[in-house]
Design a protein around this ligand. Structure first.
Ligand SMILES: NC(=O)c1ccc[n+]([C@@H]2O[C@H](COP(=O)([O-])OP(=O)(O)OC[C@H]3O[C@@H](n4cnc5c(N)ncnc54)[C@H](OP(=O)(O)O)[C@@H]3O)[C@@H](O)[C@H]2O)c1
Length: 245
């Protein structure tokens, strides 16, 4: 499905990004991995996939430009790197807002800016932004995280409009609750404290379970592939139906 394409997945040292990278490799792509730091997880995955990796903080536009200048052609960019703090408005400092937007929103802007230079020259490319159903106005909780993902969804549509004439498609995927170390760790912590917050949220999902990260990755790579050649500017929810109830 992705034979001959080079795919850069930001935040692929672990979680959903690592699963997207593994699946992209299985679909025939050359994969470039990325993490904030040269962590054990990142180097282990690079060895497993026999893939190169880059490290930079996505919120640092100069570091992004410098490190990305060392890379060759990129056909597909998956803007996946993100953080997910669960603070209420009253607990959010100005620095929290700057950090969350800096990574979740400006991170995608920074990496896209560099990648789009090559894509526009070649008149070909696909970008997939990993948003969240929290970015939809009718899904509750996490004001700063939700606002950063809402901005990413609108960014996706407007960039898709601007770059479509140059042969570039830009879409987003909005995962619901997905089984990663983060969510399973929260579940374990809550169990130990006798809390049921995440369990109660899972009970609200029509399909009554979290997503397997593979189920998110399949949709991301479908959008990256030529099979989705007429899908542009969309944000596809992959959430077991949570956002429709
Ligand atoms: N898990 C869910 O239920 C869920 C639901 C909806 C949406 N999402 C979205 O899906 C994406 C991946 O989530 P996940 O659960 O897989 O997260 P995760 O396991 O915490 O992994 C996050 C990845 O992003 C990287 N990263 C974080 N901050 C960075 C920065 N400043 N610069 C560069 N890289 C950075 C991390 O790199 P290091 O290892 O180097 O720190 C890591 O590779 C995120 O955008 C998240 O908002 C997740």
């Amino acid at each position: 499905m992705l034979q001959g394409k080079t795919v850069l997945v930001t935040g692929s040292s672990r979680g959903i990004g690592a699963v997207i990278a593994r699946l992209a490799k299985r679909y025939g792509a050359e994969v470039i991995l990325h993490g904030r730091l040269e962590s054990k997880e990142l180097t282990a995955l690079a060895k497993e996939l026999d893939a190169p990796f880059v490290t930079f903080d996505v919120s640092d536009d100069e570091a992004v430009r410098w490190e990305m200048s060392k890379l060759g052609k990129i056909d597909v960019l998956v803007n996946n790197a993100g953080i997910n703090p669960s603070k209420t408005f009253q607990n959010l400092t100005n620095n929290d807002w700057k950090e969350i937007f800096g990574i979740n929103f400006f991170g995608a802007v920074n990496v896209s800016r560099v990648v789009l230079e090559g894509m526009t020259r070649r008149k070909n490319g696909a970008i997939i932004n990993i948003a969240s159903i929290k970015g939809f106005p009718y899904v509750a909780g996490k004001p700063a995280y939700a606002a950063s993902k809402a901005a990413l969804i609108q960014f996706t549509a407007r960039m898709a409009e601007e770059f479509a004439p140059q042969g570039i498609r830009i879409n987003a995927v909005a995962p619901g609750f997905t089984e990663t170390e983060l969510t399973t760790g929260t579940l374990r912590q809550e169990e130990a404290q006798g809390k049921t917050v995440l369990c109660d949220q899972i009970a609200k999902i029509p399909m009554k379970r979290m997503a397997n990260p593979q189920e998110i990755a399949e949709v991301v790579l479908f959008l990256a592939s030529d099979k989705a050649s007429y899908i542009n500017g969309q944000c596809l929810a992959v959430d077991g139906g949570l956002s429709i109830v």
